[in-house]
Design a protein. Structure first.
Length: 112
């Protein structure tokens, strides 16, 4: 049998369910100057944006709960120390207020 040279026919299209392989195929097509599946690429970008948005919202939600929890711990510590309104008491109360305000400002800012 003679060794056959490279075929001029394009490779078989990858299955769209295997996103990575299909994306690599689209990149290779673009490099060769062939048209790519723009509709699929647009849908894939939208899917990735939705996933990133969901992850960001989950992270922000978790961070808010962490800040609120820390503020509650500081409130308990402040009350247990006598709820003093001396210099140290004002500093702790200020930390509590700043933390809670930050949690709610971040929430409103990203809900827009």
């Amino acid at each position: 049998m003679a060794d056959e040279g490279p075929s001029d026919s394009p490779p078989a299209p990858a299955d769209k369910s295997n996103r990575k392989a299909y994306l690599e195929e689209q990149i290779e097509k673009q490099k060769r100057g062939e048209p790519i599946d723009v509709e699929w690429a647009t849908e894939e970008l939208q899917r990735i944006r939705r996933e990133q948005t969901a992850r960001l919202e989950a992270s922000q939600r978790n961070l808010r709960w962490l800040v609120i929890g820390a503020a509650l711990i500081l409130i308990v510590m402040w009350i247990r120390s006598g709820a003093a309104l001396d210099r140290e008491g004002f500093v702790m109360l200020g930390l509590i207020v700043v933390g809670l305000l930050a949690a709610f400002v971040v929430r409103r800012r990203f809900k827009r």
